[in-house]
Design a binder for this molecule. Sequence first.
Ligand code: GLA
Length: 772
Amino acid sequence: MNIIEIRDNVFLLNTLHTSYLFKLNEHDHLEHVHYGSRVLPEDHDALSVKHWTGYGTTIMYDEKDQTYSLDHIPQEFGTYGKGDLREPSLEMECKGSYTLDLTYDSYEIIDGDTKIEGLPNAYGCDRTLLVHLKDVHNGIHLDLYYAVYYDTDVISRRCVLINRSGSTVVLHKLLSYCLDLSENDLTLMSFTGAWNKEAHLTETDLERGKQVVESRSGFSGNKTNPGFIVRKDNTTECNGKAWGFNLVYSGNHYSSVAKDEYGVLRIQGGISPERFELKLKNKESFCSPEAVLSYTENGLNDLSAHFHDFVNEHIVRSDWKKKERPILINSWEAFGMKFTKDSLLKLAQNAKELGIEMFVLDDGWFGRRDSDLRGLGDYDCNRRKIPGGIRSLSKSIHDMGLLFGIWVEPEAINPDSALYEKHPEYALNENERGLLLGRHELLMDLGNAEVRDYIVENVTKLIDENDVDYIKWDMNRLMASLSGIENHDYIKGLYEVLERIFIKRPWVLLESCSSGGNRFDLGMLCYSPQIWASDDTDPVERLDIQKGLSYLYPVSAMGAHVSASPHSMTFRTTPLETRFHVAAFGAFGYELDLGSISSLSKKEIKEQVSYYKKHRSTFQFGRFYRIDEESDYEVFEVQNEEETIVAKFRRIVHAVPSFDKLCVYGLKEDRVYAVDAREFNHNIKKFGNLLNYVTPVQLNTEGLLVHSISKRRGFKEGTQNYRASGRALRYGINLNNLFLGSGFDRHLRLSLDYGSDMFLIKEVNDESGKEE
Ligand code: GLA
């Protein structure tokens, strides 16, 4: 296994299926050569962009070499001032000049990981290459780190700037990496959105010019996730080349993808340079966060698999690494802040009866918090709502045999709170023009050690004194006017707080949340094995959100719950089975009042919970595929050695649908598989007047009788069982037809708007003819 090969000034980093190659050229610069499929060191010459005499206006690096301009050289790190007119990855002012010329000094190979001062990074790398660069004219040094995560096909990059100039310098921008790719016909896939619309896939043709993926809200943000993909135009889920990028960072980020006049793409990313200004004294240094890069030539599902394995293997820590997550019931969409101890216990009791494993008390349990106007910053339990306090509630929940989780929002403070009355200075007054509130909140000043201690003390007390098993860590206040460095210090303060609380309590399951998925990033995943993907729990909307996130993050990292229908935001009515089928592709739970649903719904939920438990490890840790064979459907698949599960999500039904297929990826072609659809009950009210075709007496289908029967009895469609080879399933088998308004028989499937089917696929054992 040649992880790092260095020969004749050629540096080759290998992962299982990819190679990253650069070389030291005749001008002592690191010249990027290749990031793609596995190659040999000897290939460097053939793979290199050839040096050439530029057009007349080109600035030459050295008058003696008329074939060498930095503007034409693919580089490992772009700087300003010596002829490279593309966007630099580093901008700083040293002794009145912005010019930098970083040339090679030496390299080291480090076995395993390195640590970044004040920032989380991935762990468990196989080897790290450290290349020292320096500017011989001004004493500025730059260390480039390349960490190889061999099995997951990931290479990470980061750098450290060290000032040895003898005087103070001003740093304006230090990105984590720069990659100059000489490739044509490319598309940028970014994941953009808003509150309740996180991670929607946005595709942009990469023409001449610059595309930017950035966040300016103080967090990695829901407007644009820091992760993005550059793919060949013709790449699909199963075929073709793609390069993926992400950052282990939760603050303001910036990545740019710029195509120059020769078609070379400069891709670079890191901390946002906006309003970033840091004075670095002599001998001081500044570390960039770690950036994560991956490449595939086998389509987007394969690229996602690299990222999923990487997150599960090298980002998530704690006892919950690769451990099945409990099914939870959360009180938020059930009760909001209006609850009593009795209503909470009733919800927990109902959940227990249905097989749910953890009860989570959401917002509203502390201080004067009856609305989001007040209370944040306080940790005393509101005993009017919960007599006996959290300890007694937690005990009752544990006595029922459930785990106990609780919501906190420690980074924010309401001006109307006991804490603010006592310590107004704990709040970060972002704006000298008066209080600037967002959801009636201010930020806590995490740059202040006393504030960090206050949070650590209160959250650890809450956990330790009440035997808390799970924390939902929320954050709902964005940043409006902090400078770049203040934002960075805030994020470092947050990491310190999370480190002090959770690294010492690895048994506590942390779910991070920020008004839904406003901080869905690899930095947070270093502390919280799962993140609440969105406050939008409408399953139709969730399909886009979870699909978008799935390009970069594994199913086990995405909090996803079944909520009530009609949905509280979209007012859309969706079938219970679809709400389950969507949430099952996530760290799964329920978030609705189980006391106000029909006995039929309870029965259905009980079956869902037991189905999920049976297949939980496949859902959470199986290999995930997006199946892109049918445009009318969204199709998700998870697969492990034992089984495969595919869910087909229909959007709008047509009266004359096309014949419906099932296509499955990743099976062994020559094996035979049994395919069984998950059975569930349809609510009979869905059938409206059609009921009168099958009942002996005439019914008023909107009347009380039908309403009351519908609460107890459902209608099961015919069972669907198929048998086919892996090859036929990859091609796509025909499913039973959809009901078209007449002639129902038990082989027909029912079509409904937002309906869905879930199939379990298992290999058939040859001798017995039975499923394995
Ligand atoms: C945020 C979260 C929600 C819920 C509320 C409580 O919006 O994203 O899930 O916890 O806060 O106020």
